[in-house]
Ligand binder design. Sequence first.
Ligand SMILES: *[C@@H]1O[C@H](CO)[C@@H](O)[C@H](O)[C@H]1NC(C)=O
Ligand SMILES: *[C@@H]1O[C@H](CO)[C@@H](O)[C@H](O)[C@H]1NC(C)=O
Ligand SMILES: *[C@@H]1O[C@H](CO)[C@@H](O)[C@H](O)[C@H]1NC(C)=O
Ligand SMILES: *[C@@H]1O[C@H](CO)[C@@H](O)[C@H](O)[C@H]1NC(C)=O
Length: 177
Amino acid sequence: MRLATLSLLSILGTSLAYTLPTDLTQFYLVTTSQSTPSTNSSQLQGVSATAIFAEDPVLQSYLLLRLIGPGYASLPNFTLVDGTLSTIAAGPHGQGSYKYNSTVLSSNSPLKFLPSVQPAGNIALDGGYLLTVGGEKEGWTICEGALGQRVLYWKGANGTCAKTYLHAVREVPYRKP
Ligand SMILES: *[C@@H]1O[C@H](CO)[C@@H](O)[C@H](O)[C@H]1NC(C)=O
Ligand SMILES: *[C@@H]1O[C@H](CO)[C@@H](O)[C@H](O)[C@H]1NC(C)=O
Ligand SMILES: *[C@@H]1O[C@H](CO)[C@@H](O)[C@H](O)[C@H]1NC(C)=O
Ligand SMILES: *[C@@H]1O[C@H](CO)[C@@H](O)[C@H](O)[C@H]1NC(C)=O
């Protein structure tokens, strides 16, 4: 009985994975040079998975989003409510787990998450998959961070920044074998 339920769930999971990511409640974020969706996130042009990290790992007072290559163990998922992205992560000093909420984005600011309630944000999903800020689809950039990470900014002005699109996807790309 239990096995049957599990295999039914895995069949459902497989078919869900290849439908368009509309009405996502929990999703992963990926960067890509492509603005149109793909049913298979691994096939988005120049796709990269993303993960959160703390620039101050001891305090974990805020989190940023960085690009991450194949071989990751797991990826954070996100929800979007009232223009604010949220994700669950370990809290300050690695204690407990907290809902981190994105801050309101402005030009040349990183996508930043704080473990506190935030005012309504300016992020939305266009077409159910493309992340916009203040209604704009273009403006996400990948910038070189202080420790060499590739960090997601809105309209990053640093010379290291390169344009990208940010997609919400149901399935992680290049899942490790
Ligand atoms: C998704 O795309 C990847 C990379 O092209 C491929 O290896 C994988 O088989 C695809 N999955 C499906 C179900 O088509
Ligand atoms: C999303 O992440 C949370 C916290 O890590 C986890 O409990 C949940 O199962 C994840 N949801 C999906 C759909 O992977
Ligand atoms: C993040 O915001 C939600 C409401 O959107 C709130 O319930 C949650 O407590 C916030 N996280 C923290 C750590 O305050
Ligand atoms: C651009 O990024 C590099 C690498 O992190 C950094 O050294 C430099 O200060 C940044 N420049 C600006 C204008 O932010």
